[in-house]
Design a protein around this ligand. Structure first.
Ligand SMILES: Cc1ncc(COP(=O)(O)O)c(C=O)c1O
Length: 375
């Protein structure tokens, strides 16, 4: 399958070019709840990049400000060890099985590089997260075997297993998936990882882990100590709003993390690590974000139900809905109302991804959609 469009191509190739550049120049959390902010096509409410519309929390912000005094020191003042210990403790794994990076994207790209160097193909569901790992692996010329999602748009593990060939080096599973925020059944995924990791690497990207509400979900982190070919990533970019600050985590065997580290070229921002420590400890803030996310999702579900539009009950900070028309047209028409929503995700070109904004902004989106398509 060759009709994949990366976010990069979408921004460069489409009418979004001018908008994308303006977006970067105005990159702050636009919300109609903020005095004086008027959503426009050039400066839209951001419902396109699965960001946290509330931004970093106060405690993290203060910790980062304080940590600037270590800015002149290599290592940034020693935040890495306590952050690693905190995360390892939360996940109940030894610290040697945890790595910190400047965003999980660093690790995703490095794993793609590892595969490029070792040789072999990537086996992945379609659609899935097509940025970072996929984009980087495309640029390294790594071949893919794409497996369509099931009828209900969830990742089809049986079909993935059936599509495996001896030249597959890694299986990429995004759980929850992106752009379709479904999850795989925990027990089934665990068995899949155990079996398939005897044959190749199995990479489980858990970027949206914190948002999951499906009781059958399970993280694959507990597998990493006994199954050295399993690797898991998490990120502080989503519920912790560190997308621009850049902190992410890898979980794997010491052999696996050793290979990844040996190829990494990035370094980690010192103050960011002190901020992450406070943010991960601040469960009140996380609960607040989850509550607001659920409110926004409910506004979207109610709207989609009202118009009989198929959609996914989300396990993340975005959902996926059927537009019944070219998603590029939907993007353009909604952008005129001052709202940026997801880009086209082949092969589901008559569906659209939408990230949650604050509930007030999400309501504003439904009103714009109503006006544009139903009146
Ligand atoms: C599934 C998935 N994995 C990884 C990432 C990259 O996140 P980070 O900001 O940690 O690089 C994203 C970002 O949107 C994502 O959606």
């Amino acid at each position: 399958m060759t009709n994949k469009i990366t976010r990069r191509e979408w921004l460069i190739g489409g009418t979004a070019l001018a908008g994308g550049m303006v977006l970067a120049a105005n990159a702050h959390a636009q919300s109609i709840t903020i005095d004086g902010y008027v959503p426009t096509a050039a400066n839209p409410i951001r419902m396109s990049s699965n960001e946290n519309p509330y931004g970093i929390n106060k405690k993290a912000s203060i910790a980062m400000t304080n940590a600037h005094k270590y800015g002149g020191l290599y290592g940034g003042g020693g935040g890495q060890r306590p952050l690693t210990e905190l995360i390892a403790g939360m996940e109940n794994v030894p610290t040697e099985n945890v790595m910190v990076a400047g965003g999980s994207g660093e690790i995703l790209k490095t794993i793609a590089l590892m595969v490029a160097m070792e040789g072999g193909k990537i086996l992945a569901p379609n659609p899935t997260y097509d940025d970072t790992f996929m984009d980087y692996s495309n640029r390294r010329g790594i071949e893919k075997i794409w497996v369509p999602v099931a009828e209900d748009l969830s990742i089809d593990l049986d079909a993935m297993k059936a599509a495996y060939t001896d030249d597959v080096k890694i299986i990429y599973l995004c759980n929850p998936n992106n752009p379709i925020p479904t999850v795989m059944h925990g027990e089934k995924l665990k068995e899949f990882c155990k079996e398939m990791s005897q044959k190749c690497y199995v990479f489980v990207d858990e970027a949206y882990y914190e948002y999951v509400n499906d009781p059958n979900y399970q993280t694959m982190i507990p597998l990493i100590t006994d199954y050295p070919n399993v690797v898991v990533t998490r990120t502080a970019s989503k519920i912790h709003a560190f997308a621009g600050i850049r902190i992410g985590f890898g979980f794997g065997s010491t052999e696996m993390l050793g290979k990844i580290r040996s190829l990494m070229t990035g370094s980690i921002n010192g103050p960011a690590m002190f901020g992450a420590i406070e943010s991960y400890k601040d469960t009140d803030y996380q609960q607040f974000v989850l509550r607001k996310n659920a409110e926004s999702l409910q506004i979207l579900y109610d709207f989609f139900d009202k118009h009989g539009m198929r959609h996914i009950k989300s396990n993340a900070n975005f959902t996926f809905f059927e537009t019944g028309m070219d998603s590029k047209e939907v993007y353009d028409r909604i952008r005129k109302h001052g709202i940026a929503i997801g880009r086209p995700f082949p092969p589901k070109l008559d569906w659209m991804r939408i990230s949650t904004a604050r509930p007030e902004d999400t309501k504003f989106f439904t009103e714009a959609y109503e006006k544009e398509f139903f009146s």
